[in-house]
Design a protein around this ligand. Structure first.
Ligand code: ADP
Ligand code: MG
Length: 823
């Protein structure tokens, strides 16, 4: 609520100010603005940390004062309140003494002495003894003393665990009611088990017959079961084995995430004993790995939505499982309404709605009181630790915590860290590997493994490999590991408490991907990951106070915070015209629906009666956003379909195309500038792709040009798909070198995103919103008067990413619905 928002907004603003200040001094460094700061020296780094800390504490204390009436606080809250005041004073005081490092982690001797331990929530700790993290830290202290003299001076701050995070245990997440009587199965033991034995060891196995019977007895079934109990991998198999795939019918299972769809399908293919794509397959955007024979099909929720266009009654399926329903993604939410409708006129279709959390009642009500099938969980207790005071830099705190755990906790016991995205994961991976290298043989082996959406599949399987007994595995994951993917052997969870989430404001038209605090429900899911194979520990990099007062109970469903353009076009194309009365589990804001319809009208996808036009119907064929689909279709008129689908593919890869190793930054920047087009970034992307094509898609060329080969390969795949779709809507492949024609085609899709230079900064035409060209753009240094951007991104401040130089006089012809009236 108010506290969370204001605190983060304030922090973001402060960060932006600081980073801008840094960059002003050195205008030539384009990257300083966009990249996370790389600190020149340890000193500068500490300065920044100190500033941040004071700022954050001040913010919190002021906000506290505004919001809470001290006298009305409970005793515990008062202590917490006083404690934070005290920390602030201490930080300031210590600042003068010049010792930043120590106080930064709240190790001030005078501060800790005065801090009452009473604010540990004793009643939450069964037995009340509260095993203290501090005790375990003693081991590190010994280690430090022993190693100290071997460390060179200039490294001593950075590489040893001088920095520690003070955690405090305040509560314990109880295990499931029926605590398991058998000893837990370790990951190593599991490795020895055959696939068959592993399958039988999963909690769902005991309910196999009951489950099959329930599906036979009821058309719709809500399934609720702890993450890792075997819902996703086992239930479709059980039904397959029980003969639900007779008459060439399929069992479908949707996943909100691409990685999950792929990884689960590959696991199930292995269990069934077939090649992926044969009996078991998957389908995700721009990639179909299924065949005639596929009986169990995993797919993203978005792909199933698209299937409705070709098969409105899902005739080829006998069972459809909407999995991970609790995630409440936009596509899953829309699917609820659609499958509910279909179930009415297809009594032979079985529907399973499965969820890892306690929303089952809500789902049951929505599906006309469908019965709930509960799979009792098998969960061990998890100790919850909080930091004593807020952490300013959770990335840094995560690195320290990982090492702290590794050096103090016994083996086996792997670590799972929840991060917000690929870039953050890569940063941490780099920082960790640096430290591991430095520590060398003084610590046991630590295997660092990432998992995020764009990770190639051969890397994905690595996280499932059992850890050798002498080593520890640390998995750096995005939210995907919260419920979609289960990794065995995790004993420690580190939860910084953030997630990357999109937000959309229909009135301002601003769409953003922001890092926001998670909800309590998500925090508890994350903690639960530590207790799957034995008792575990969860380290939250935020305070108990924060958990209690600042986190929302439940996350907002995506449908209420995202742009609906895509989905509205899709629904219209499958004949659902009355969107206002569509059966939503939770309806989207009306303004968002209206904004989507307006945009589609401006694009020419709808006529004035709100009906789909021929153009709109063609646009719906493309799995891209409406603006991009329009751009692709418009390319026909401008004779540049070849170039436009290349540009569309390059924009769609959604990962960085260039890389910039620190040591070679100068070369990388030069190489990158070699691709620059004077008229804008879309053309730069085109240049990269075309030159790669000229080398016959050479890997070597990518390396020499500081271009990510992996990303390029994906762009090539996407381009092939778009090419096939062009054929389907009967558009000829045409090519041109006229960059004006290409820019006009782009403008035909993105005319909403027009911005005008106005006294040194840009203002968007539609909403008079102030923004700026991203420093990575070729137009950054010498901006034209009018630009059209691909998207707005929020890094250190708001930027337009991928911009082209346009002539506003084009627009009344290119987008008459929209610009005629504005003239
Ligand atoms: P649920 O859907 O109930 O959360 P799953 O069916 O995803 O449970 O997981 C059941 C088991 O299968 C877990 O123990 C998990 O570790 C294992 N598993 C899932 N995917 C893979 C994979 N790709 N490789 C190895 N094991 C996997
Ligand atoms: Mg699952």
């Amino acid at each position: 609520t108010r506290v969370v928002m204001s605190k983060h907004e304030a922090k973001a603003a402060a960060d932006a100010r600081k980073r801008l200040k840094m960059a002003e001094g050195d205008e030539k460094d384009l990257h300083a603005l966009a990249k996370p700061l790389r600190y020149e020296s340890r000193k500068q780094y500490l300065e920044k940390r100190k500033e941040d800390k004071i700022y954050e504490l001040e913010q919190q204390v002021t906000i506290d004062k505004q919001i809470f009436d001290y006298d009305e606080l409970t005793e515990k809250e008062k202590l917490d309140f006083d404690y934070r005041q005290k920390i602030l004073e201490n930080v300031k005081k210590y600042d003068q003494a010049g010792n930043i490092l120590k106080q930064d982690r709240y190790h001030l001797p005078d501060a800790t002495k005065d801090i009452p331990t009473a604010y540990i929530e004793e009643e939450d700790i069964p037995g009340g003894d509260g095993r203290r993290w501090e005790q375990e830290r003693m081991k590190t202290a010994t280690f430090r003393a022993g190693a100290k003299d071997r460390i060179k001076d200039d490294y001593s701050d950075e590489l040893l665990l001088d920095e520690q995070i003070d955690f405090i245990q305040t509560s314990l997440m109880p295990g499931a009611d029926e605590a398991p009587k058998e000893p837990p199965i370790s990951a190593a033991q599991k490795k020895k088990m055959t696939i068959d034995e592993t399958r039988k060891s999963l909690p769902v196995f005991a309910f196999r017959e009951e489950f099959i019977q329930a599906v036979k007895d009821h058309q719709v079934l809500i399934i609720e079961g702890e993450t890792g109990s075997g819902k996703t991998t086992q239930l479709p198999q059980y039904l397959y084995e029980a003969g639900f795939c007779a008459d060439k019918k399929r069992i479908g299972c949707t996943q909100p995430r691409r990685v999950a769809a792929m990884s689960v399908a590959s696991r199930v293919a292995e269990e069934v004993g077939t090649k992926l794509g044969a009996v078991v397959g998957y389908s995700i955007r721009f990639e179909d790995c299924t065949s005639e024979r596929t009986a169990i099909k995993y797919m993203t929720d978005g792909m199933l939505l698209r299937e409705f266009m070709n098969e409105p009654d899902l005739a080829s399926y006998s069972v459809m499982m909407i999995d991970e329903a609790h995630e409440r993604t936009l596509h899953t939410d829309i699917l609820f309404g659609l499958v509910k409708d279909i179930a009415r006129f297809r009594p032979d279709l079985k529907l399973l709605i499965s969820s890892a959390t306690l929303d089952a009642d809500k789902f049951s009500k929505f599906f006309d009181n469908a019965p709930i099938f509960r799979i009792p969980g098998r969960r061990f207790p998890v100790d919850i630790y909080y930091t004593k005071a807020p952490e300013t830099d959770y990335v840094d705190a995560a690195v320290i915590s990982i090492l702290q755990i590794h050096m103090t906790q016994p083996l086996p016991g792997d670590i799972l860290v929840f991060l917000t995205g690929q870039e953050e994961i890569e940063n941490i991976q780099e920082a960790l590997n640096e430290r591991i290298k430095f520590l060398g043989s003084r610590i046991k082996e630590l295997i660092v493994l990432p998992i995020y959406a764009n990770l190639p599949s051969d890397m994905q399987v690595k996280i499932f490999e059992p850890t050798p007994p002498t080593a520890r595995k640390v998995v750096l994951a995005t939210n995907i590991a919260e419920t979609s993917v289960t990794i065995d052997g995790i004993t420690y969870v580190i939860d910084p408490g953030f997630v990357k989430q999109n937000s959309y404001d229909a009135r301002s038209g601003i769409e953003q991907l922001n890092v926001v605090p998670i909800a309590k429900a998500a925090a508890n899911q994350r903690a639960g990951r530590a207790g799957r194979t034995g008792p575990g520990k969860c380290f939250r990099l935020y305070t108990a106070w924060c958990y209690k007062h600042e986190l929302e109970d439940q996350p907002t469903p995506e449908i209420q915070r995202t742009n609906l353009g895509n989905v509205v076009l899709l629904l219209l194309s499958i004949g659902i015209n009355d969107l206002v009365h569509f059966d939503f589990l939770d309806p989207p804001p009306k303004e968002t629906l209206i904004a989507a319809l307006e945009h589609l009208y401006a694009l020419g996808a709808l006529n004035h009666k709100g009906e789909l036009t021929t153009l709109g119907r063609k646009m719906a064929e493309f799995p891209t956003d409406p603006a991009m689909s329009k751009m692709i279709l418009a390319s026909d008129e401008y004779g540049c379909s070849e170039e436009i689908i290349t540009i569309a593919a390059m924009l769609s890869v959604n990962a960085s195309i260039f890389y910039r190793p620190k040591a070679m930054a100068v070369h990388a920047d030069a190489a990158r500038k070699g691709f620059w087009s004077p008229v804008g970034d879309h053309l730069t992307l085109l240049n990269v792709f075309n030159r790669w094509k000229e080398t016959n898609f050479s890997t070597q060329w990518c390396m020499e040009s500081f271009v990510q080969h992996r990303t390029m390969k994906r762009a090539r795949d996407i381009r092939e798909q778009l090419e096939a779709l062009l054929e389907r809507v009967e558009i000829e492949a045409k090519s041109t070198t006229d960059t004006e024609a290409i820019r006009k085609a782009i403008a035909a899709g993105y005319f909403y995103n027009l911005a005008k230079l106005d006294k040194g900064s840009f203002k968007t035409v539609k909403h008079r919103h102030t923004t700026q060209i991203h420093p990575n753009s070729s137009l950054f240094e010498d901006p034209p008067r009018w630009v059209m951007y691909y998207e707005l991104v929020m890094t250190t401040k708001e930027f337009m990413r991928e911009v082209i130089d346009v002539d506003p006089r084009w627009l009344s012809k290119i987008a008459p619905h929209y610009y005629k009236s504005n003239e």
